[in-house]
Every structure is written in structure tokens, then in C-alpha cells.
Design a protein around this ligand. Sequence first.
Ligand SMILES: [Mg+2]
Length: 262
Amino acid sequence: MQVSSPECSPGCALSALLWDVDGTLAETEQGGHRLAFNRAMTDAGLSWQWDETTYRQLLTVSGGRERLAHDLERREGRPPEPSRLDDLVTRKQGHYHALVEAGELQLRPGVRRLMAAAAAAGLRQGIVTTSGRDSVQALAEQLLGTLAGALSFWICGEDVQGKKPDPEAYRLALAQLGSDGHGVLAIEDSLNGLGAARAAGLRCLITLGIDSAALPIARFAAATGVVDGLGDPGRPAAVRRGPACRQGLITLSWLEQLMSMP
Ligand SMILES: [Mg+2]
């Protein structure tokens, strides 16, 4: 294994990166999805809003539609009518698109740098999310631009029966790669994402975000590595668990070291 080169050398331990979207590519949850849900609830005349703490608790429910249904049932004592849920979700998607198009969301530090480096090195890359394709595509077009071409497949919520932490999305990704998981690294920010990746037999790097950073680091014991971001020049990342990273930049060579850890 070569650890000094930023390129992934032939025979290296790293062959593919699988990217989660929400919280991993961008801090979409609090500044995007939460605000969009709140605006949809205002449209529908509901009397409450989700503050950051409430929404952080609701993030244990994967999928926006499921999250909304869970909260409505908790507040009202019965499951919401599907047509009402449809209306709220449609309104929410419209508000989310507007936030994305207004430039309210940005890639997290290091995402563009690492994705471009992986593409240049010939690694295969894909999106593995259980969020809706509509929201994912809007975000990717706005934030990634032509770099979205580096992603050879997109597993989204519509492709699976079970949302994360169910491993179905990752198993579909492995089928796309034609891989048993060797050399494949999932990049996630949440416990649900970590659970999905591990249940599919994959190694997983956790990039703690504004929601997951509030959790005890011990909750991420199943992760191969834990960092507080991927880092960019001038915005260094800190490694919470994994190989030392003196410059604060998560590079392909650092990922190779991570993949070789027992
Ligand atoms: Mg996530």
C-alpha cells in the first residue's frame, strides 16, 4: 500500500467511495429540510414549528415523509391522512428547491476537493441516500455542477423499501459496483447511515456534522474512522479516531491508511 501519494495506486486498499448526501455533502438538515418543513407547515395552517432541538430528535426517523408522519401522529394521536401528507411533502419539496436555488446551502469543506481527487485517481463513486431523488438532484446540480459527472450511480429513497439504517441502499450500491465491499468506503454523518453501511459489511468514515457532533463519540464505535469534516486549506479537519492527519486534510492517502486499519 502506498500512503504518501495523493493518488490511489494500483492494488491499493481503496477502490470506491459511496457518499451519503444530507449532512455529509452539505448541512442540509437544519438549514434546508427543517426550514422547508416549517414553511410547508405554515402554508397548511399548522400551529407549530420545528426548532433545531426538536428536529435533531426527529432525525432518528429516516426519510422526510416518515419524519413528518411520525410527528403528526405523535401530536394528533392518529396517523395523518395520506392525501394531507402528500400535500405537505409537495409543499416542503417546493420550499426546499427554493432554498437550494437561492444558494442557502453549500458543500461542506473538503467534499469537492476529495471527490475531485477520487475522480482523478479513477475511483468509482456513487450516491447512497434514502432521501428523495428530487431533493438530491436539485442539491447536486446546484452544488456539484459538472463534478456530479464523477458519480456513476445514485441510489435514492425511491429505489429501496427500507430506509437507513436498513442496509438495502448499500447492498444496491454494491450490486452497481459488482463488488463484495472490499475496498469500498461509505462516507456518512449519522448513526442511521453508519448502521446501514456496517450492516452491508462496509467500512464507514463518519464526518460529524452539526447534528451528529452533539452525540457522544462512543456512539460511533462501529465506524472505521471519525472526523469532524474532510477539511480544506484554511479550514482544517480534526481526526477524532483514525490515522493522524497533520495538515487537517482528509486525502486519498489518508483514506488508504484508514482502510488498512484492523
Ligand atoms: Mg446523512
